[in-house]
Design a protein around this ligand. Sequence first.
Ligand SMILES: C[S@@+](CC[C@H](N)C(=O)[O-])C[C@H]1O[C@@H](n2cnc3c(N)ncnc32)[C@H](O)[C@@H]1O
Length: 253
Amino acid sequence: MSGADQTTHFGFTDVPLGDKQTLVNDVFHSVAQRYDLMNDLMSAGLHRLWKQWMVNALNPPRGDTPFSLLDVAGGTGDIAFRAAEAAGSGFRATVCDINSDMLAVGRERAAAQHLDDRVSFVEGNAETLAFSDKTFDACTIAFGIRNVPRIDSALGEAFRVLRPGSRFLCLEFSTVDVPGLDRIYDLLSFNVIPPLGRAVTGDAESYRYLVESIRKFPRPAAFADLIRAAGFSRVGWQSFSGGIVALHSGWRL
Ligand SMILES: C[S@@+](CC[C@H](N)C(=O)[O-])C[C@H]1O[C@@H](n2cnc3c(N)ncnc32)[C@H](O)[C@@H]1O
């Protein structure tokens, strides 16, 4: 199959690989202003716990040791802010995201929280990061990787920009594996979240895409294989909340 003929998923719809990013960008342009509020409503606040778990695993240095984090697909900055609050004075984070509207919300939040001297926002594509090799001490991606059309390229880029001895962490929705919870989860996902999205953002379709894209994301073992294929070592994952989310980890040795 030639590159031009390749297809991928946009939610449950098959689309040409080259079209997915534009569709994804439309979703996040549409929801950016209400993105943080919707996260709280959709997850009943649980996304805060999941993100804190990721930051606990990151465990940035508390002192003045320099430590640079790249948060890919970092959107409105949640991971970078939490990491900055946990870390010491040597901490700096770069939030890289392809969507200018998500970044604009993030910059406002950084200024409001007086974190703009430690957290910077850069527009860029996870598949082709504009950073030099071996630049960062850690790389995180939270709820971003399933939106990227070429996941293998994004993982390869994360590996490239990490210094040897540093860690990659990826938080993503996963596969619910608790009998009973899976039914409730499906019911809420498909029947509650799109109408809630319509009520809060005026856009049900974007939230339909978000719940469908979760179902299309590889199971944890298959995603771990992709992380290994990008060059990472000591790859593993941990599931939370009955498999609703999983935290994947790998090291560049
Ligand atoms: C669900 S949001 C997650 C935002 C943030 N990490 C969080 O946890 O709240 C997904 C983000 O991925 C970004 N994104 C999608 N495709 C991308 C790409 N190719 N490169 C960089 N960011 C991308 C979107 O713009 C959006 O901000």
